[in-house]
Structures are given as structure tokens and as C-alpha cells.
Design a protein around this ligand. Sequence first.
Ligand code: ARG
Length: 335
Amino acid sequence: MLNHVGHPIRHAKLRHYLMCPPTYFDVEYSINPWMDPGGPVDRVLAVRQWSGLVEVYRSTGHRVDLLKPLAGLPDMVYAANGASVVDGRTLPARFASSQRQAEAAIHAAWHRQNGILYGGGEVQPAIAVNEAEGDFAVLSRRILAGQGFRTTPEAHRELAKLTGREVISLELIDPHLFHLDLALAVLDDDRDHIAYYPDAFSPQSRQLLSQLFPDALIASEHDAYAFGLNAVSDGLHVFISAGARQLREDLAAAGYWPISIDLSELIKGGGSVKCCTQEIRPAPVRTGATSVGVAPLLAGRASRADSALRLRASEEDSSIQRDVREEHQIKGASS
Ligand code: ARG
């Protein structure tokens, strides 16, 4: 159905996200052009900004589950890079850089333990280098996959095999936009509506994108470099970096509700909204004669999962607040 100005009526779909508080966030090394290890990082502000994002997700009805951060892994806040969950099937990351490698096992362990929440099964380690949702964008049927800086074409095939979905490879060429989720955003994953910045891609990939997605929103260099494409959409609300002004206007004109998010501290590590947000896409619930018994089982599982999630969320929220308070005390004492 189209609305009075001719674009589809947008609907929000409830999502399940996995995020990791920036308790130990820092810029200690440089593995992308945004990272300046000499520059100042305000971790208290980072935690505050990140907590604001969690709050916004929850207030728009989404579920946010939290991964426990580990000291010595300053990039763990970029949870989107840790694993991809499609139809309840999980491919953990295998990081390109040695500094982030340990994160993969933590994500895999979380998914092994919590797979019951989304109908997930076994979680096998990844074989080829992949940085998960940093380079994988999931559409209604197909998956778009970035290569060129981090994730390898072998990993594209690995994900295709695991999910049974078609995976379309796209080549990234701008070192500032080293992950697909910095160059392209999925706005509506039912209708395969996307936004992207063409110059981030090789000429061939650019051509492919324009053929496949003639109705895509095109972002400017300014908005791409303001992390505007590193956005999360539930189909209606688009959680997007505050600096991407034109793109926000274009989103509103296309019927979305852009919600500005300021993650200025986390941008210092080369990531924004999407980087902080791993989406867990559950196994489809099958109904009908062939799967009698499955639906009640899932329903039970969902309600158990629900209360488990709520419980964990409230426990972890208070521990984050404790962390923030302690940080304040440390700051106060040292100034
Ligand atoms: N410092 C991190 C890295 O270079 C930033 C990751 C950004 N994440 C993303 N999904 N684009 O790996």
C-alpha cells in the first residue's frame, strides 16, 4: 500500500539485538583510518552515549541482550562484528586483525549458551576471515556481502552454505569505509530497500547495486563519512548518526522516522550505531500440519526466553550503571 505521497507505508518489526557495553572501550591501536591511538577518549561519555542507544531501542519495543565486556578487548563494543545470525543459524566471526581475534570465541560461547532464545542450534567456528555484520547485510532472501578490506570471498561462500541463501559479493574500495555497514544500510528488510554511497564500491559492484536496487537512497560522501550509513532500521525507525543531515531528510521523505543518535566517542574507533548492534534473526516458526508440536514448543521457549532476557537485562543494566558510577568516581578523584 502506498501513502498519499507515493511511498510505501512503513512498519516497524520488533527486533532482538545483542550489544556489549563500552566498559573497556579505548583506541589503543589503529586498524582503520579513523583510529588515532594518541587522541583522547572519554569512556564515561562513551558509556553514556551507548546506554542512550540501548534505551532508545528498548523504548521503541526492541529486545536488547547484553554481552559481558572483557578488559583488554577495547573494540568489543562493536558487537555487530562478532557473529551473524540468520534464520537462527549462527556464523561466528573470525577477525582479520590479531587485536580483535579473541572476541570471536566470546560471541560463539554466548550463542552456544543462548541459542535457545532464538531457535539456534550448534555453533561451529568460522573457517574463513569474516567480520560478521560489519560485512554482511541481510535482506528478505538474499545477503549482501562486502570484501576488500576484512571479510574474504571464502567467507561469503561459507555463509551461503550455512544459511542456504544467495550471497551477493560487493567490493569495497574506500579504506575509510572498510566494512559494508559503513557504505550501505538496510532500511526495510522485507522490501529490500537500502541506502548506500556508490563511491565506496568498485565500478562493477556499483553497477550491480544500481541494477538490483533502482529505488535505493543514495548517500553523499559527507553523510557516509559522518557514519550515516552505519544505521539500524526496524523498518520504520532508523537509528542514525546525528551528523548525516541530508540522509535523515531523505529518509523522512521516504516515510521513515529517523532518530538521531550521537555516538561521537565510539566514532573514534571507527564505528557507530550499526557497529554496536548485532541483530539476532530467529529461526522461522513453522506452522501447519507438517510441524504439529513445534509451535507450542516455540511458544513456551519464547516466554521462558522473555523472562530470562528481562532478568538478565535488568541485572546487567545495574552493573553498567555501577561501572559508570565507578568511572565517575575515578575521574572525580583524579581531577
Ligand atoms: N575499531 C573497529 C575495527 O576496526 C571498528 C569496527 C567497526 N565496526 C563496523 N561494524 N563497521 O575493527
